[in-house]
Ligand binder design. Structure first.
Ligand SMILES: [Zn+2]
Length: 156
């Protein structure tokens, strides 16, 4: 249930910067976040406070009073959010192009020896029941497997 709820939370690029501070430090005040992001992003205090308020409204952050300050903690985990966005990236293209997306990621990623060993093991596991070719899963007209010209001829 918790995971399903996390999936509904869409985090913008700017909000992601805030989430990283919260994920890293577990409990932070808005002052902590301002200290980190003022330097990195050159954002105004008011911008950062607005972002944090939005994250609370979305259900990404929890807030509670502790003495005179408000303390923020994450409701959504970094691991699940990263998983969600990685899957969302693959869903934006035809299943047939998933391989290309992964190839781009592997090419650009900074990987350790052990990361590479894990990847090789995952690929060897996948190889066992990988199809010869991946079938297209697209809506006709959104993929070059079924061009717009073909749409009228299809039986809806
Ligand atoms: Zn397709």
């Amino acid at each position: 249930m918790q995971i399903e709820k996390e999936m509904d939370v869409v985090v913008s690029e700017a909000e992601w910067e805030v989430m990283r501070v919260v994920w890293a430090n577990r409990e932070v005040t808005s002052r902590d976040v301002i200290n980190v992001l003022h330097r990195k992003m050159d954002w105004k205090e008011s911008t950062i406070k607005t972002l944090m308020g939005r994250l609370v409204d979305k259900g990404a952050l929890n807030t509670k009073r502790k003495g005179r300050a408000f303390v923020y903690s994450a409701i959504i985990s970094e691991e699940n959010t990263v998983k969600h966005y990685s899957s969302a990236l693959l869903e934006r293209v035809c299943d047939q192009k998933n391989g290309l997306v992964v190839q781009h990621l592997v090419k650009d990623a900074i990987l350790s020896q052990s990361d590479i060993e894990t990847l090789i093991a995952q690929l060897e596991e996948k190889m066992k029941d990988a199809p010869e070719t991946v079938p297209c899963n697209c809506v006709p007209g959104q993929c070059d497997c079924h061009l717009i010209a073909d749409v009228d001829e299809l039986d809806w």
